[in-house]
Design a protein around this ligand. Structure first.
Ligand code: FAD
Length: 424
């Protein structure tokens, strides 16, 4: 069966696009015309990965199954991993998928398309740092976050029952991921400590190492200063202006000296997959597909969006790799692809500001436009609510208003009853 529009990648952007198109075309047309393909069978919003890593979010409870989302939003779903593309023949290859034991779950397939949208996201940039690939955990997908959480749980338990009184965690990169992970870890440890006997209690030393002179370099300076103050108050060590020269099994060698580390997370830089080079499309320095202001790649009828795309943005810089950009591009492409005969005009990135969660009821960030002028700072509970609104907005796009409200309420109640930290 051939679908008109094939979307590869059901993440923050691709899933919203499939849902918007499916709902616009309706139950019969949507399923026939729109096919979403992902190499995972369930969806979890990527900005929540640090919570899975820290043990404050259960991926099995939070994840949403693609077939269910497809049924509700009137598109078709196929489980598969893009491995090859022939832009001239308008066909693509999905490689085989194996389970953890190596058994083949899905055999290789070839599909043809009329219009293709690539929304396959990106990964981390290790900047060729020696030892980073071997010793540092990444947070690129649910499996990475769960692998880190397993190690964290073991480290919590072994430290509690050993003579060692400090567990050292080093996070490379002081962007939103590194900052949010550090506060989640501190709060998880606080909750754990409260339930341990005095002789089991241990200190958690979290250090964020950042090459730039300040944390949250992409955000306005006063947001960065407020966040730095809040992190230091929570006990996070900030090592700015420090370049990581090498990652070892038990430490980081930095330009400012050694940082001891029982666990290391690499949360610096964005780089798309090297495999993108083999797909016959023009790509940029970070392996992203170069697109024009209508999100068109170098091949006819092939679009790219979200983190895997290098789209022209404000001030001659590319559109940043953010969930809000992916969501905006999904809305733009839904309009463009639903009405191909009408020129939608160029896609213009709207920076609505950035928000960072600082754990508990705290957040900090800046909002663009609105009552406070072109760029105003918000903090505390209001910033935390605004931060959560971005996640709810994503759920609203794929689940609708009432289901989103039920999900948010059930998550809140569940947390109230069972606590935030999951050690299983
Ligand atoms: C811990 C963390 C916190 C973040 N916090 C924020 C935040 O607060 N605000 C913000 O704006 N942004 C944040 N981001 C960035 C945000 O998550 C990304 O910008 C956003 O998810 C990009 O959306 P996307 O649709 O391009 O890709 P993704 O959401 O990464 O989705 C890509 C999808 O493609 C699938 N896929 C990949 N390769 C293939 C393949 N070969 N074949 C088939 N399927 C494939 C994947 O399974 C995935 O479902 C954060 C990121 C992280 C890791």
């Amino acid at each position: 069966m051939q679908h008109d529009i094939v979307i590869i990648g059901g993440g923050a952007g691709g899933l919203e696009l499939a849902a918007r198109l499916g709902r616009r075309f309706g139950p019969r047309e949507g399923r026939r015309r729109v096919l979403l393909i992902d190499r995972s069978i369930f969806h979890l919003w990527k900005p929540s990965l640090h919570e899975v890593a820290a043990g404050s979010l259960d991926s099995h409870q939070e994840g949403l199954s693609y077939p269910v989302l497809a049924r509700r939003n009137h598109f078709s779903f196929a489980f598969g991993e893009l491995t090859g593309l022939d832009p001239a023949a308008k066909s693509l290859t999905l490689g085989e998928i194996r389970d953890e034991d190596g058994a083949v779950l899905v055999a290789p397939r070839t599909l043809s398309f009329q219009t293709l949208v690539l929304a396959i996201g990106s990964g981390s940039n290790l900047f060729n740092t020696p030892g980073a690939a071997e010793h540092a955990h990444l947070l690129e997908n649910v499996a990475d976050a769960e692998a880190f959480n397993k190690r964290l749980t073991s480290a919590f338990l072994s430290t509690a029952y050993s003579d060692e009184r400090t567990l050292n965690i080093a996070i490379v990169g002081a962007g939103a991921t590194g900052v949010e992970l550090s506060t989640e870890l501190i709060e998880g440890h606080d909750e754990l400590s409260a339930g341990l006997t005095p002789d089991q209690r241990f200190d958690l030393a979290v250090t964020i190492i950042e090459a730039a002179p300040r944390i949250l370099g992409g955000l306005p300076e006063r947001v960065s200063a407020k966040a730095a103050k809040a992190l230091v108050a929570k006990g996070v060590h900030l090592l700015t202006d420090a370049k990581v020269n090498a990652v070892r099994a038990d430490r980081l060698d930095t330009s400012k000296g050694e940082v001891p580390a029982d666990l290391i997370v690499w949360a610096a830089g964005v780089k798309a997959s090297d495999h993108n080079r083999d797909l016959g499309l023009t790509i940029g320095r970070l392996n992203q597909f170069i697109v024009d202001d209508r999100l068109r790649t170098s091949a006819p009828d092939i679009y790219a969006m979200g983190d895997c795309a290098e789209a022209p943005g404000p001030g001659g810089k590319p559109v940043p790799a953010r969930a809000q950009a992916a969501a905006q591009q999904a809305a733009y492409l839904a309009k463009a692809l639903a009405n191909p005969s009408r020129d939608p005009g160029p896609y213009v990135y709207q920076d609505r500001g950035s928000l960072v969660s600082l754990g508990g009821d705290k957040g900090v960030g800046s909002l663009m436009g609105g009552l406070g002028g072109p760029n105003f700072l918000i903090e505390g509970l209001i910033a935390k609510w605004a931060y959560m609104a971005l996640h709810l907005d994503h759920h609203r796009a794929i689940l609708g208003v009432s289901r989103t409200a039920i999900l948010a309420l059930s998550r809140l109640l569940h947390r109230r009853v069972s606590g935030r930290l999951k050690l299983h």
